[in-house]
Design a protein around this ligand. Structure first.
Ligand SMILES: NC(=O)c1ccc[n+]([C@@H]2O[C@H](COP(=O)([O-])OP(=O)(O)OC[C@H]3O[C@@H](n4cnc5c(N)ncnc54)[C@H](O)[C@@H]3O)[C@@H](O)[C@H]2O)c1
Length: 362
């Protein structure tokens, strides 16, 4: 496994949802590899945002358009002439999807249709399209085994279901319009419970804890027993880069890939809270929020055997290392270090570990 700087250097990449948490980490990594990144999103989804804090707004050409606007999305693909398209734009929150189900479907499902259709109509120069969905795309059977890529799509709540539907859209577009090996190749990637510095989204565990703690308030913890496959954001992003690299040279990579942590890193919410408390320099105040809460699965694990076998991918940072990095990020932020510098330092440290998993001298 290796991230190929020569592949990315000078490559035109259009990223939808680039103003978000994952999009900002991905943009910085791609820029560091020498890629020419352009973005498509109306603006940052949170205040503050890593996008603003890392000064990405002044850095890249941006189409400030809504993914629901097919014409504007097509224009952006025509204007930026990307060789690689990474689709991250979404309404990404389960609880929000109970409040705005229609919008969630419109953004997540029709947004995927619009993006793929824009590539169909205006994407002669596109070699690879990566559709980012979620581990929640699967029909969740509340079992203790990891889901494999070929298992049925599903989703109890509108968010999860919209991601399953986005996968079905991707599959239909791939077989109907992108079968020509000389044309754009389309893969989808499924990861979940991604954690890292610079996330400020509502209703996510680490942002909830950090927001409250930095403000000197108590944090409310929901579902302490729920088990989730926690992983540092750079783990799946390294997998996304690998998929694109392979997709450009081999059409057999036009399929779906799971990116999950190792078995031991699927942990209950309460365990994660305890780990953060043990690492944060000051006391953290929290209490259990008894609810009621909207439905969420108790068990959710991914089987990443395909990514390991076909890409040689493995999570370079286990959960303990990832948590150390997160605490370093927020303490540096609290102490006034520039977020762009903290984030780039962590990307470079991760890349070294990824390229040299045994830790042997380079
Ligand atoms: N963070 C996680 O734990 C996680 C887990 C599984 C899947 N994902 C998926 O990864 C992707 C990125 O997630 P994130 O955590 O960075 O979320 P985020 O909320 O930080 O970013 C979402 C991005 O989508 C953009 N967006 C929202 N509505 C839009 C619209 N109508 N038109 C155009 N752009 C729009 C936002 O502006 C932002 O740039 C999403 O597809 C999400 O479903 C995230």
């Amino acid at each position: 496994m290796a991230i190929d700087t020569a592949f990315w250097s000078g490559r035109r990449v259009l990223m939808t949802g680039n103003t978000g948490f994952k999009g900002s980490w991905m943009t910085l990594w791609l820029q560091d590899l020498g890629a020419e990144v352009s973005g498509l999103a109306p603006g940052p989804p949170t205040e503050p945002s890593l996008y603003e804090l890392a000064r990405l707004a002044s850095d890249i050409p941006q189409a400030a358009v809504d993914i629901r606007d097919h014409e504007a999305v097509t224009d952006a693909v025509r204007r930026f002439r990307p060789e690689v398209v990474i689709h991250m734009a979404a309404q990404p929150l389960v609880r929000e999807s109970f409040i705005t189900p229609r919008e969630t479907y419109e953004v997540n499902v029709m947004g995927t249709v619009n993006l793929l259709d824009a590539v169909r109509l205006a994407g002669d120069h596109v070699q690879a399209v990566l559709i980012v969905t979620s581990d929640k795309c699967y029909e969740n059977r509340e079992w203790e085994w990891g889901y494999r890529e070929d298992e049925p799509m599903g989703g109890y709540d509108p968010y999860s279901n919209s991601k399953g539907a986005s996968e079905l859209v991707t599959s239909a577009y791939r077989s109907s319009f992108f079968g020509d090996p000389a044309g754009p190749r389309v893969a989808s990637v499924r990861a979940g419970n991604v954690i890292g510095g610079g996330d400020w989204a509502d209703d996510r565990l680490i942002p909830d804890i950090m927001r409250a703690t930095l403000a000197g308030e108590a944090v409310a913890i929901r579902r302490p027993d729920a088990i989730r496959p926690w992983q540092h954001v750079l783990n799946p992003l390294s997998g996304y880069l690998e998929v694109v690299q392979r997709l450009c040279t081999d059409p057999s990579f036009a399929t779906a890939f799971n990116f999950g942590p190792d078995e031991g890193d699927a942990r209950p919410v309460q365990w994660l809270v305890d780990q953060i408390e043990a690492r944060w320099p000051d006391p953290i105040s929290w209490q259990i929020d008894p609810g009621p809460h909207p439905h969420e699965a108790t068990y959710l694990k991914l089987d990443s055997s395909r990514a390991k076998a076909r890409l040689g991918w493995a999570p370079a940072w286990g959960l303990a290392t990832g948590l150390d990095a997160i605490i370093d990020w927020y303490t540096a932020f609290r102490d006034g270090t520039a977020p762009r510098d903290i984030t780039l330092d962590q990307i470079r440290a991760f890349a070294r570990d990824y390229d040299n998993p045994d830790g042997s001298p380079a």
